[in-house]
Write a protein that binds this ligand. Sequence first.
Ligand SMILES: Nc1ncnc2c1ncn2[C@@H]1O[C@H](COP(=O)(O)OP(=O)(O)OP(=O)(O)O)[C@@H](O)[C@H]1O
Ligand SMILES: [Mg+2]
Length: 286
Amino acid sequence: MRITAEGLGWSAAGTPVVRGVDLDVAAGETVALIGPNGCGKSSLLRLLAGLRAPDAGAVRYDGLPVRDWSARRIARRVAFVEQDCGLDTDPRVADVVGLGRTPFRDRWRGPSDTDRAIVDAALDRVGLDALAERSWKSLSGGERQRAHIARALAQQPYALLMDEPTNHLDVKHRLELMELLSRTDQTVLLALHDLSLAARYCDRLLLMRAGRLVASGSPAEVLTPAHLAETFEVDAELSTDRPGHPTLVYHGPLRAPTPRTAPASRTAPAPRPTSTTRTSPRQGTP
Ligand SMILES: Nc1ncnc2c1ncn2[C@@H]1O[C@H](COP(=O)(O)OP(=O)(O)OP(=O)(O)O)[C@@H](O)[C@H]1O
Ligand SMILES: [Mg+2]
């Protein structure tokens, strides 16, 4: 399913957060949305997922404007994994994943055998099959994140929108998830802070800064030293020494570290570094 947006804008408390965003994610593409904290990635994903109405512009799925669609109609096409999705209640893990079947179920009927089989398969895909009967609150942070991903997979959507789905995952599960997302036929748009994962697994990157999309293209086109400096304020480069394994090499933050002021003490002054104290360019930053 193709997702497009034209002139998308949204403000919070009078402050523009998403500004004039035009985007076009083709059916089957795997696209990473990257940018620094607070640049508007989550806000943009919520607009694209139909969870929030834009103040300006429109979101379209396969060319159809979704503004007036019901949540159920949207959820039959798009699954969204939020950045932080806690639960107040303590259901079974399988029931949380089973929520992904809600858009397809008759309101008054329980899950069918097909629903149960789809939930089992989704749990299996994220390696949580052994925890299906466990209570939600007994899960670790990474297990909860994988359960939310399984819930999105159980929805069998045409498009997956994910907000930092790897942030609680260990390295094996990060790689497994990224492989799954890069191989699927579904359209995938995910916010990611791990730029090496984005470079390795995504067809295209969208770079966001202060509410605007400022670059779109292949990892090599977007992750240039100039973009990394302007947007993330780091001295970094994309290493392509190992074909198929692009990696971000960070040399350091661009801003000079501010010297730490000695904490006020009534007893003794803070010890000064001796000549044997190892110093680094980052020492002194909080
Ligand atoms: N409901 C809201 N009310 C007020 N400000 C908001 C609201 N939602 C978002 N913002 C602000 O809009 C900006 C963008 O927030 P958003 O969560 O979209 O950023 P982000 O790019 O996802 O950041 P991060 O990388 O930290 O997840 C932030 O400055 C945030 O504080
Ligand atoms: Mg966010």
